[in-house]
Ligand binder design. Structure first.
Ligand SMILES: N[C@@H](CCC(=O)N[C@@H](CS)C(=O)NCC(=O)O)C(=O)O
Length: 223
């Protein structure tokens, strides 16, 4: 990352809604710097960032790029994806990209709800999530890969990844943290192959091993 990068990502010190953006910047080698805000600093920073226009919705993540402040995690991802060849080449590929990315976001709320469970309930709720929710997700995403072989081994276009692949990979890492065998036990060979390809990308490996990655998935102790 360049110290003089014009792109600055502001978010909390966990993965949350920013980790797909971080992974995208890392994989596509887009130089950026970060401001990671601790939760106890946020009540002071929020009104300041809102009034100054840095946070148009009073929320994070935001990316400051030159004189512009970009909000909404999915809009941010799409913007950089379009700019740096991380979207589809054709309307059909762009559709596949959006289908996977939007489909994925439908599955996130239950995952976040699980992490936000009280600590004493977490193990019990996690067991139920691993048994019922993960199979539903991995089966649906195996189906996307199986039914769109023209894009294989990725979700939107062959040979070159897109932001949708980054988003799915980001979420698969979260699921594997809950159940290390989830890609082995549900008959999802295409999804497993996809995960392994993503996990072996040199820039991804470099980032994951860099020590720069936040430790927590979200603000809760379960994360
Ligand atoms: N739709 C927005 C939601 C952003 C959002 O919910 N941000 C949360 C953190 S994940 C936040 O800023 N919470 C603090 C607050 O609302 O004051 C996006 O995708 O970027």
């Amino acid at each position: 990352m360049s110290k003089n990068a014009a792109v600055k990502l502001r978010y909390f010190n966990f993965w949350g809604k920013a980790e797909s953006i971080r992974l995208f910047f890392e994989d596509f080698q887009i130089p950026y710097v970060e401001e990671r805000i601790e939760r106890d600093q946020w009540s002071d920073k929020k009104p300041e960032y809102y009034k100054s226009g840095i946070c148009p919705f009073g929320q994070l993540p935001v990316v400051s790029d030159g004189s512009k402040h970009l909000a909404q995690s999915r809009a941010i991802l799409r913007y950089y994806a379009k700019k740096y060849d991380g979207y589809g080449d054709t309307p059909e590929q762009q559709y596949l990209c959006d289908q996977a990315a939007e489909g994925l976001f439908d599955y996130r709320p239950k995952f976040v709800q699980l992490l936000n469970e009280p600590e004493d309930k977490f193990e019990e709720k996690k067991k139920a999530y691993v048994e019922t929710e993960i199979p539903i997700f991995v089966d649906a995403f195996e189906g996307l890969l199986r039914n769109n072989p023209e894009a294989g081994p990725y979700f939107a276009r062959p040979n070159k990844i897109t932001f949708a692949d980054i988003c799915v990979f980001d979420f698969l890492i979260c699921l594997i943290r809950l159940d290390g065998n989830c890609l082995d036990k549900h008959n999802t060979p295409l999804l497993k192959d996809f995960y392994q390809r993503m996990a072996s990308r040199p820039n991804i490996i470099k980032y994951i091993n860099s020590g720069r990655r936040p430790e927590r998935v979200n603000k809760s102790k379960n994360g």
